[in-house]
Design a protein around this ligand. Structure first.
Ligand code: G4P
Length: 289
């Protein structure tokens, strides 16, 4: 579903979320492990204001495990509580209530001191489209909650879902918009499918993936496309030509040719991007802390 994010939508979404968060004890921010920084909208800090926050990196099954470990350390050093999950299989999700409960300790002790019995920990999930918000909510609810679509903000009809003994989760996530002023962030979002690829040039996305693989995932790249030799990138202008050479080799190996034996760049680019999304290239994280 293509969404247009107009300034009016964003302002309204932000207002709605700030209002909603008044009833929430813990804000759960969901991001994609393959692009842990680019799949976040920095506005969460402002929206969550002084509420405790849990950053969940989802889709750990699709990311490079070592990179995920480094990202977790990185965010923890920044003072964030971090949790790793695969919402599709449920790995890591059963301990979310406990992580949330840990973050409400201060509030609970304050209430107890005042002689009140603390209520359940109320949490809400926020994140940009495609990070897995609906999948995680369904997983935690243990049933299928209607997909609300990628409208900005939050819709009005909502219910609290009881999760375990200590937590209540809002059944509708807060939808933030992807933020990509930086072109590389846009390429990462497009490569993972978080934004429509039509917004960018497909060949640019494929070249971007090739560059990352030449830098960090050489074995997977050479293995997938039968490339006996890979170039060394030096950070100079020459790199672009080296990547185009690689593109040519992949196109030829895959028989993506047009008349005259020239490589069909569009088809080759499509193969590379699809292969990445379908994990045929292995577990790749597209940015490092
Ligand atoms: P959203 O609400 O944040 O927009 O995301 P949603 O849950 O719709 O998930 C987006 C896509 O990511 C879905 O795939 C979903 O199955 C997949 N996904 C969510 N969490 C995980 C995870 O931990 N691991 C993996 N591998 N995939 C995950 P889809 O192809 O768009 O839809 P569908 O084919 O599952 O229906």
């Amino acid at each position: 579903m293509t969404i247009q994010w107009y300034p009016g939508h964003m302002a309204k979404a932000k207002r709605q979320m700030i209002e909603k968060i008044k009833q929430i004890d813990v804000v759960i921010e969901l991001a994609d492990s393959r692009i842990p920084s680019s799949s976040r909208n920095p506005l969460v800090g402002e929206i969550a204001s002084d509420k405790p926050r849990l950053l969940i990196l989802n889709k750990i099954d699709m990311a490079d495990a070592e990179a995920t470990r480094r990202w977790k350390n990185y965010f923890e050093n920044e003072g964030l509580a971090v949790h790793l999950v695969n919402s599709q299989t449920g790995e890591g999700t059963s301990s979310i209530p406990e992580a949330v409960h840990h973050l409400t300790a201060r509030r609970r002790s304050k209430m107890e001191k005042k002689g009140y019995r603390p209520h359940a920990d109320r949490a809400m999930i926020l994140g940009i489209p495609n990070v897995g918000k609906s999948t995680l909510i369904n997983r935690m609810a243990g049933k299928k909650i209607a997909k609300i679509g990628d409208r900005p903000g939050i819709t009005t009809a909502q219910q609290w879902i009881k999760v375990g003994k200590t937590m209540e989760l809002l059944d509708t996530p807060g939808i933030l918009w992807p933020k990509f002023d930086d072109p590389e962030v846009g390429l990462r979002l497009a490569a993972t499918g978080a934004i429509k690829e039509e917004l960018l040039d497909f060949q640019d996305i494929a070249l971007f993936l090739l560059k990352i693989m030449v830098d960090r995932y050489r074995k997977q790249l050479a293995g997938r496309y039968d490339l006996p030799e890979l170039p060394e990138l030096t950070g100079s202008e020459e790199d672009h030509n080296k990547l185009i050479g690689l593109f040519d080799a992949i196109g030829k190996n895959r028989g993506c040719l047009v008349s005259g034996g020239l490589v069909d760049y569009d088809r080759t680019a499509e193969i590379i991007v699809r292969d990445y999304r379908r994990q045929k290239l292995g577990f790749l994280t597209l940015e490092m802390p």
